[in-house]
Design a binder for this molecule. Structure first.
Ligand code: HEC
Length: 112
């Protein structure tokens, strides 16, 4: 009798282990399946991605991030816009910064 109950305990333990393993798999796979929305900066509403800090520093001030969020363009279109902004503000991006800003804008706010 004693012997029986011990093996029954083992069966229950194994079933529990299997249940935990299955649940873990379900949780992990649903997490990887659903596309995570990109993180949003609470102050500007802009998508946090590579180049965000530079865009935040240069582009938010004369106007809010809303002007940027609501604008969608091709890389060429964005290039024309940031050229106009540089003329307005009388500053000039160096090539590396311009690339960073253009990558950020055209990746995150592309032409729909
Ligand atoms: C010196 C001030 C200033 C800075 C800095 C500035 N902007 Fe602007 N921006 C403006 C003004 C003024 C307007 C409105 C122009 C208009 O409506 O004709 C504007 C408008 C815009 C618009 C609306 C579309 C358009 O062409 O009018 C977008 C998009 C934009 N800015 C993006 C940017 C980005 C990206 C940066 C950073 C590279 C930036 N701005 C930096 C002054 C600035």
């Amino acid at each position: 009798m004693k012997h029986l109950s011990i093996s029954r305990l083992f069966v229950i333990k194994r079933l529990l282990n299997i249940t935990v393993a299955v649940l873990t798999t379900v949780v992990v796979s649903t997490q990887t399946c659903s596309a995570e929305p990109p993180p949003i900066d609470p102050d500007t509403g802009l998508i946090i991605d590579k180049g965000f800090k530079t865009v935040d520093a240069y582009c938010v001030g004369c106007h809010t991030g809303k002007k940027i969020r609501e604008h969608h363009a091709t890389r060429k279109g964005w290039q024309a816009t940031i050229l106009k902004m540089q003329q307005t503000g009388e500053w000039k991006f160096d090539a590396a910064t311009e690339k960073l800003v253009l990558d950020y804008l055209s990746n995150n706010y592309p032409q729909p």
